[in-house]
Design a protein. Structure first.
Length: 279
């Protein structure tokens, strides 16, 4: 069962140039993605390729100058902006990249209680994330960047949402803590939730995700089972995905020239997006 289904997602922005002429700049092109009940679906790609725009569009939180066209369903029902507003925060939880999403005027403990969780449940989660009880009385500006990010993760962990959208949730965390957070996402998926994990760390994807989609230049190039990606190039279709596989530390950090990737795309008759199309 698909918790989330997105078809033909196109995102663009209306902006003004120096001569004050209004122009439309496309950013994401004809994107299809879904998240099944009980799985972690990772979207992996380089920073700045448009992954976060996709997440913000799914959640309905892009700025007013954005244009979004898509067919979206949540648990089989069509999604529009009104339904998104009702689901966001309850049925759909978000772990954003920026710690600016925390309320600067509210103690972090009070922000966690908004979820309706009891003190015992909150303490269990924050202790797992390396906090002490006294930290709950602090304001966001009193926390380090890594600690503030952990509060955002705690919010999602305490939610009862069916879908968790996690946008780069591990930067700023130690390796041990990042592994612990990913294990908790795995537990949430095993409990029947769906997790959309957005990351530039493909090695991280291999450790936790069920499926992965490779994102480049505002497009998804390929979606495959993570096990197939781990097993190597013979199970991978797109040349850029193969290049990502070769670049992993366990595969020798082998770099592939972009010209070689483009030549292989032409030979195979597959698309290689032009990143200059992307804003």
């Amino acid at each position: 069962m698909n918790i989330l289904e997105v078809r033909k997602l196109n995102i663009g922005f209306n902006m003004y140039d120096r001569a004050m002429n209004r122009k439309h700049y496309p950013a994401v092109f004809d994107l299809d993605i879904d998240v099944k009940k009980g799985e972690i679906h990772a979207v992996a790609g380089s920073s700045g390729s448009g992954k976060s725009l996709m997440a913000h569009a799914i959640l309905g939180i892009l700025p007013p100058n954005a244009t979004v066209r898509a067919e979206m369903k949540f648990k089989g029902e069509d999604l529009d902006n009104k339904k998104l507003a009702k689901l966001r925060g309850d049925e759909m939880a978000f772990v954003p990249q920026s710690v600016a999403y925390l309320d600067p005027l509210m103690r972090v403990g009070d922000q966690l209680k908004i979820r309706g969780s009891g003190d015992e449940e909150i303490m269990s989660v924050i202790e797992m994330l390396g906090f002490e009880k006294k930290d709950l009385k602090k304001f966001p500006f009193q926390l380090s960047g890594g600690m503030a990010r952990r509060i955002l993760i705690a919010n999602a962990m305490l939610s009862k949402a069916s879908l968790i959208v996690a946008d780069e949730p591990t930067p700023g965390l130690s390796l041990d803590l990042a592994a612990e957070v990913l294990n908790h996402f795995r537990t949430m998926a095993n409990q029947g939730r769906g997790v959309l994990l957005i990351t530039h760390d493909i090695d991280l994807v291999c450790k936790v995700a069920d499926r992965m989609s490779v994102f480049y230049g505002g497009r998804i190039l390929e979606t495959l089972d993570t096990a197939d990606f781990i097993n190597g190039p013979e199970f991978i279709k797109h040349p850029l995905t193969k290049a990502f596989w070769r670049a992993l530390p366990q595969n020798g950090f082998n770099d592939t020239e972009m010209s070689a990737i483009e030549a292989e795309c032409i030979k195979m008759g597959v698309e290689m997006p032009n990143p200059e199309e992307f804003i």
